[in-house]
Design a protein around this ligand. Structure first.
Ligand code: GLA
Length: 742
């Protein structure tokens, strides 16, 4: 519901869960009165913004000391007119070089439903109403349109901003964030998801204080260092209780996000394209639309916030036809062979996997050009006839004829110096004239801001895909951008490069997904260097991390699931000792972790013992039975203690409940352990593992007692009937419990 109260000039966006209140202030600026749990609608909420005067605070009107922009809680703060916190935008009038603008409220429009955009990712759906508030700057004739989309039934609002140059003079947009909001107080903890290659999206929580705290990326991709997400939670909020606000940027390029807390304890939260590597020229009649931010409110803890994100992403963001389809169990040859394979070794791996129940084979890096290591061939998207004499075309046919699906790896944005592509188009790589090149994994990045480059890559990929039997594509991106410069852009447009680059990536994604709607895409960037809502618009799953170690993956899972649905988290069982950490965990533990995700194997199954193969068959059977619950159910992180991770998934019909319990290190002679489940019905549940029956209220309030840990070896014969040694033995253990509602 979107209401405009004419007298008080207040917009109230609300549904049964949330309210968002915006007021038009006396100077024409917009202020934020409230965002949070739903409050009843009424005509006038102006008392929520107490006006007061403070010496030193600039005033908008002569003889009125109480209207000061410094003390307003702004909706989309400008620069240079009395608000001294982080501005949401900076618009330069190129005729004067002035960066001061004064947008005043002009009009509003309400739009039913929300359409998809093709040139950049966007939330869409029929269960959405959008309020567009138009503001105008009289001096430059620039127009600013702030969009707020509210769902009929989800605790979420989607925001963006559009700048239109309706004047004659050229403007330069030096900063254009997607959203900014001022909260009344600073009693928040800041949640961010941090990491690096092979340890992405670890949860990092800190209290906020006066001053500015930001996270971001200027690497050309959203990055493994900071995910384009943050949340503000109350200090007492935990996984299943309390208030939290989450913000997720629908964008895959450079971004900034953070808080600016002033001396009056007002917390400004903001998010958008990183201004350090951005500006956009607006000639007369040109416009610029920012990426969107999905904002979520929960008063039932962090897991509930995550569920709202999952719900919005699955129903209103992923465009793929596979958004709600359980994903095929795959075998990927990367950690099994790296670059060293031929058609026979690939068929051996695929056929063994098929025999054990795997549904899709994915051929990873190394099938094209002359690629035997990472020094050559990126860009040459045709089969290596030495490894694959009849090409990927024939191999894909052999595999699909056997009844398996077939998937193929590409790294479309890249190029090696040793490649036909570089020989023919050396000017297509990103480089700054006169400067040395910087390499990443021996490769260079193609200039995707240039349409000719995107056309060429589209045509070469389209040829291979059309001539082969391809069900799945893994789209990789393995280096960050340096020496950014677009040779096809005039010098005054150079700071548009990074945004134009990512629009080129979206263009290629859009063309491929439109031409091949039946192909399941998985995004990847050295694992999770670009795990974001922009990618999910085109690819419904993303390889979460190059680290396949089960223990590391628990931290990756906790962080990733904070925003992204389980069906989007690419996860595989790999060989031990693990290739990234040299750690050894059991085959059971590895599968129990990989199952909370898309699930697959990334090792040579031929070299497993018969007993291990039997275990793999059982794991696959289990996953096939429960993958729909896992990938479409409601996911909860239960409050975990250090050393223990607990997750719960409840099927949509609430008939099946899965409890995943993991222990990292064994403790000497520990106490007993139980875990309390959440959000069950008070019906009877049968636990398949121990055949016992429990009421939902028992499992919620007392909890399930977990297996007894090892308590030191005592001779069992001396103590008949007493289990001194326990059943949860050693480091790195896991249990998956299944409950069926009667
Ligand atoms: C990246 C990916 C891996 C694999 C290799 C291939 O590191 O994240 O999964 O595809 O590239 O070179």
């Amino acid at each position: 519901m979107i209401k405009f109260h004419e007298k008080s000039k207040t917009f109230h966006l609300y549904n049964e869960h949330i309210s968002y209140l915006i007021a038009v202030e006396a100077n024409g600026q917009l202020s934020n009165l409230y965002f949070g749990k739903q409050i009843k609608d009424k005509e006038d909420y102006s008392y929520l913004m107490t006006k007061r005067s403070v010496i030193l605070a600039p005033c908008s009107f002569h003889n009125n000391l109480s209207f000061t922009p410094e003390l307003l809680r702004h909706e989309y703060p400008d620069y240079g007119r009395g608000d001294y916190k982080t501005p949401a935008f900076i618009l330069e009038d190129k005729s004067t070089c002035s960066e001061v603008s004064a947008f005043k409220y002009d009009s509003y429009k309400i739009i039913k439903g929300k359409e998809k955009l093709s040139y950049q990712p966007s939330v869409f759906g029929t269960d959405i109403n959008t309020l567009e508030i138009t503001l105008k700057d009289d001096l430059t004739n620039a127009t600013l349109v702030l969009a707020y989309s509210i769902f009929d039934n989800k605790s979420s609002i989607v925001r963006s901003a559009k700048f239109i140059n309706n004047g004659k003079n050229e403007l330069n947009l030096k900063k254009a964030l997607s959203m900014s909001i001022d909260f009344y107080d600073k009693d928040f903890d800041f949640i961010q998801l941090d990491g690096a290659w092979s340890r992405e999206r670890h949860i990092n929580i800190n209290s906020i204080t006066t001053g500015v705290h930001t996270i971001g990326s200027t690497r050309g991709s959203s990055s493994a260092m900071h995910n384009p997400f943050f949340a503000l939670k109350r200090q007492t909020t935990n996984e299943n209780n309390g208030e939290v606000y989450g913000f997720s940027l629908v964008y895959s390029g450079n971004f900034i996000a953070g808080v600016d807390v002033d001396n009056y304890d007002v917390t400004r939260a903001f998010m958008g394209i990183h201004p350090d590597t951005f500006s956009w020229n607006l000639k007369s009649n040109e416009e610029f639309l920012t990426p969107e931010v999905i904002m979520v409110y929960s008063d039932k803890g962090i897991s509930n916030m995550s569920q709202t994100f999952h719900n919005v992403i699955k129903n209103n963001l992923i465009t793929s036809k596979y958004a709600h389809t359980p994903r095929p169990i795959l075998i990927n040859n990367w950690e099994a062979t790296y670059f060293d394979f031929n058609e026979k070794s690939i068929l051996d791996i695929a056929m063994q996997a098929k025999e054990l129940g795997v549904e899709m084979f994915v051929l990873d890096d190394g099938w094209f050009g002359k690629r035997n290591d990472d020094t050559s061939s990126l860009g040459d998207w045709y089969s290596d006839k030495i490894k694959l004499p009849d090409g990927v075309e024939a191999l894909s046919k052999k595999i699909t004829d056997s009844g398996m699906k077939f998937g193929l790896w590409f790294e479309p944005e890249m190029c090696n110096i040793e490649s036909e592509l570089y020989k023919n188009h050396p000017d297509w790589i990103i480089s700054t004239p006169g400067r040395d090149l910087t390499y990443g994994r021996n490769q260079l990045v193609l200039d995707f801001s240039n349409k000719d480059v995107v056309d060429f890559i589209y045509n070469s990929m389209e040829k291979v895909i059309s001539n082969s039997k391809i069900d799945y594509i893994k789209w990789d991106m393995n280096r960050n951008i340096t020496e950014s410069y677009a040779k096809n852009l005039p010098k005054e447009n150079q700071k548009e490069f990074f945004h134009r680059y990512i629009l080129g990536v979206y263009d290629l994604f859009n063309r491929l997904t439109t031409k091949f709607p039946n192909i399941l895409f998985e995004a990847c960037a050295s694992g999770g260097n670009r795990f974001d809502c922009g990618m999910l618009y085109y690819a419904p799953q993303i390889w979460a991390s190059d680290n396949t170690d089960a223990i590391e993956r628990l931290s990756v899972l906790s962080g990733t699931s904070m925003v992204y649905p389980i069906s989007s988290i690419g996860s595989h069982v790999s060989a031990c000792p693990n290739h990234q950490l040299r750690r050894t965990t059991s085959l059971k533990m590895r599968a129990d972790v990989a199952m909370i995700g898309t699930f697959g194997y990334e090792l040579n199954l031929n070299i497993l013992s018969d007993e291990e193969k039997k275990t793999v068959v059982e794991q696959i059977e289990f996953f096939k039975e429960y993958r729909e619950v896992i990938q479409t159910g409601d996911f909860y992180r239960l409050d975990s203690k250090p050393n223990y991770f607990y997750y719960q998934i409840v099927s949509k019909d609430k008939n099946t409940v899965l409890l995943f319990a993991y222990k990292v290190l064994a403790t000497a002679n520990p106490g007993m352990k139980k875990v309390r489940l959440v959000n069950l019905l008070d019906d009877t549940y049968t636990c398949i593992n121990n055949k016992k029956e429990y009421y939902g209220s028992e499992l919620e309030n007392f909890g399930l007692e977990l297996e007894v840990e090892f308590t030191g070896l005592l001779p069992a014969k001396n103590y008949p009937g007493v289990s001194y040694s326990g059943s949860d033995i050693g480091d790195f253990t896991s249990q998956v419990y299944v409950f069926k509602r009667k």
